[in-house]
Design a protein around this ligand. Structure first.
Ligand SMILES: [Zn+2]
Length: 457
């Protein structure tokens, strides 16, 4: 067999050929995010092999009809997986059209400023996902309610419980996330409340502590280093006390207070109905389910739809709205707790190095520009991540890493990614082979980690 033929036979179509991405003006964050996505086997398969009904790979064969951002991403993706016989290693691509399409979609990324590769990856995926959904609904009569090929591989269910420290009522919200933001250490208040607060501490601290004490606790995993990814994943599910000034509202405490205030007599029938519905739901479910029975917005929406009820309760239109509104938005100390209810095929982990205030942002939430500082804490991450203690059989392998070096204002983004068995380093247009050791020891710069579920052999 000729060498050429042998090379062709050994070529795995799922192994990308390392290609750099040219920098077109402070676009290292964009290139780093793009490289990380391009090297995900599941994403490549989802975009090139996804089938629907009798249609084989509609996203590949009809790609000229995709929105421009999707089309230009497919251009990069397909060239990154080109048969090595056709294009030689080391050449680089210029993602000008793809970048243009991205900044057209998100004008905040125009210009030459510093941007965030996490924000960029999430928004890129969001835009690619929206483009595919629109295409599938228009061209393939794809049901709106079914998950898109991108959601199928990235999405995972998370339950967040917020417990009011005053009335102990729990509010449960269920949502679907596409990325997991991990804090690098305990928050200040989490550290403070690890032990019993002193007699000098505020009433809120005592309240928060006593509720946390009563929560079914989990032993701190002593075998894990607090600077390991596995520890941060554990920390993510720990009770997270949130002080009063953070802005959480307990609808149950507010409703009770509003009912007791005689300034709200005009609203009494309305408050009575809501209060009764809330207590009924708490009795039934043990908590208030956000956007479900007992949730104020949900119940109000039902009341609004019931026009006859509104007509017979003209009191809604008069009365001291300002007074009521102040009570209904009164802040309370709460305890948040997150639980992963499932895991995705591609686990996109964001190590929250930039101190920006808001925590655990999920896909499709709004972002804001960050000020503050960068946390260079070294975090150890494994090549093989076993999460079968969370969901049986879930074992991951690291596929790509977005790296941030330098400070917040003067930084540079690069990436490590795996091409089959080999690791490569991507620094804009430059690519070089590297060892897994190098890829796994960028511990103080690793910013985004992309793990893919290991496929059964
Ligand atoms: Zn409460």
């Amino acid at each position: 067999m000729s060498d050429r033929r042998k090379a062709f036979d050994e070529y795995d179509k799922y192994t990308p050929v390392p290609k750099g991405l040219g920098n077109i003006g402070n676009t290292c964050f964009f290139n780093s995010a793009t490289q990380c996505l391009v090297h995900l086997k599941y994403l490549f398969k989802a975009l090139t092999e996804w089938k629907y009904g009798t249609m084989k790979s509609p996203l590949l064969t009809l790609r000229s009809e995709l929105p421009v951002l999707n089309r230009t991403f497919m251009w990069i993706l397909l060239r990154s997986y080109t048969n090595p016989e056709e294009e030689t290693y080391g050449r680089y691509l210029t993602p000008r059209q793809f970048h243009n399409a991205f900044v057209h979609e998100y004008s905040a990324f125009r210009g030459y400023g510093q941007h965030d590769s996490h924000e960029c990856s999430v928004l890129l995926l969001e835009a690619l996902d929206l483009g595919i959904k629109k295409f599938l609904m228009d061209k393939c009569s794809y049901p709106k309610t079914k998950p898109s090929p991108i959601e199928e591989i990235f999405n995972f269910p998370v339950e967040q419980t917020v417990t009011c420290a005053q009335c102990e009522c729990q509010f449960l919200s269920k949502s679907s996330w596409m990325d997991l933001t991990l804090e690098l250490k305990r928050t200040k208040i989490q550290q403070q409340l690890m032990g019993k607060p002193s007699s000098m501490a505020s009433d809120d601290d005592h309240l928060l502590y006593s509720i946390m004490e009563s929560m079914p606790g989990r032993e701190e995993p002593k075998k894990l280093s607090p600077h390991s990814l596995e520890y941060l994943l554990w920390l993510f599910t720990e009770p997270d006390p949130v002080p009063r000034d953070a802005g959480y509202v307990c609808e149950r405490c507010s409703l009770r207070k509003a009912k007791m205030s005689n300034k709200n007599a005009a609203f009494q029938p309305w408050l009575d109905v809501l209060h009764a519905k809330q207590e009924e739901a708490i009795e039934k479910h043990g908590c208030v389910i956000r956007d479900g029975e007992g949730d104020i917005d949900y119940e109000l929406d039902k009341l609004r739809k019931d026009q006859s009820w509104l007509r017979s309760n003209n009191s809604l239109l008069v009365g001291n709205r300002r007074e009521l509104s102040a009570i209904m938005t009164e802040k309370r100390p709460v305890i948040r707790r997150c639980e992963l209810k499932g895991l995705p095929k591609v686990l996109m982990i964001h190590l929250n190095r930039f101190n920006s205030g808001e925590r655990r942002r999920s896909m499709f939430s709004s972002f804001f520009s960050f000020g503050g500082s960068k946390d260079d804490t070294s975090i150890q991450y494994p090549e093989y991540l076993d999460l079968s203690h969370l969901i049986p059989g879930y074992k991951y392998r690291l596929s790509s890493i977005s790296i941030h070096s330098g400070s917040l204002g003067f930084g540079h983004y690069t990436a490590f990614a795996r091409c089959g068995k080999e690791w490569y380093y991507f620094n804009d247009s430059m690519t070089e082979p590297t060892s897994p050791v190098h890829a796994l020891t960028a511990t103080s710069g690793a910013y985004m980690l992309y793990y893919e579920l290991e496929e059964e052999e």
